[in-house]
Ligand binder design. Structure first.
Ligand SMILES: [Ca+2]
Length: 271
């Protein structure tokens, strides 16, 4: 109710509030069902509008109870995923080994290629796994959540279906991997390097330097894919500048935050 009155997303939450009141009025849910501050409820953390669209009676008792009935929660999550375009029998994606020299700007949801093309590029499934022939035409994009400092993944069509539930790539990646592991699959082949996060002051300083250096415009409050793409000249795949950043990843253990900031600073002030 508070969110429908104040904040950036008043319209959205006003709509959710009205749907919640309707669901309570017609006896579909209890007023106590909504435990989260955004009104999300039950195992699936459905907003009232999600409840309206996807809630299903999995145990067949004629009621939908996302809080206390696991079959109801699972049936509702399944309906939601199917409506978001999940293709049964297909994977969300898989980890890949990245060839030397591949640069971070290849990793973007806007850059989709067939699996056959990615294999031609030199990417190989992790753990020496194979790819079945009938997947070769499937479209995928390269996800490098830690850039050169961690594992890489090819994200398939089902990744986008999961992403509609939560728009965080890391969230989707971990949910996908958890599902694989429940089915007996492994954790990640390549670990994340132990790196400290940039402080917000460091990020501000980097962005100030970027603005001074011809990279004008508003910058987001965090370093992101957008930062990566905007600071790399668009001249083909093998930009010298990003290669230099990639090369600096050879000893990530020694490459601590202070040095990263120093390197950025040097590149931006003299580069
Ligand atoms: Ca039920």
């Amino acid at each position: 109710m508070t969110l429908a009155y104040v904040g950036r997303r008043k319209e959205l939450f006003r709509n959710e509030l009205l749907i919640a009141l309707k669901l309570i009025q017609n006896g579909t849910i209890n007023a106590t069902a909504m435990g989260s501050f955004t009104g999300a409820m039950g195992h699936t953390q459905f907003e009232p509008s999600d409840f309206e669209k996807f809630a299903a009676d999995g145990d067949g008792d004629g009621k939908i109870d996302l809080e206390n009935s696991i079959p109801d929660a699972l049936a509702s999550a399944a309906k939601q995923l199917r409506d978001y375009g999940w293709k049964p029998g297909k994977q969300w994606g898989f980890e890949v080994r990245i060839p030397r020299g591949l640069i971070c700007t290849e990793a973007s949801p806007d850059l989709k290629r067939s699996l056959a093309d990615w294999l031609d590029f030199g990417l190989m499934p992790a753990f020496g796994a194979g790819i079945s022939r009938n997947m070769l035409d499937d479209q995928a994009w390269l996800l490098l959540p830690a850039g050169a400092y961690g594992p890489g993944f090819l994200a398939l069509e089902n990744f986008q279906a999961l992403r509609q539930y939560n728009a965080s790539d890391l969230y989707v990646l971990f949910v996908g991997n958890l599902a694989d592991r429940i089915a007996g699959g492994p954790a990640f082949e390549r670990p994340w390097a132990k790196l400290q996060q940039f402080s917000s002051r460091d990020v501000e300083e980097i962005q100030m330097l970027l603005s001074k250096k011809k990279f004008s415009g508003r910058w987001p409050t965090r370093l992101s894919l957008a930062t990566r793409h905007r600071t790399v000249p668009k001249r083909g795949r093998h930009s010298d500048r990003l290669l230099a950043v990639e090369k600096s990843s050879r000893s990530p253990a020694q490459f601590q935050r202070g040095e990263q900031v120093q390197t950025m600073r040097r590149r931006l002030t003299h580069g």
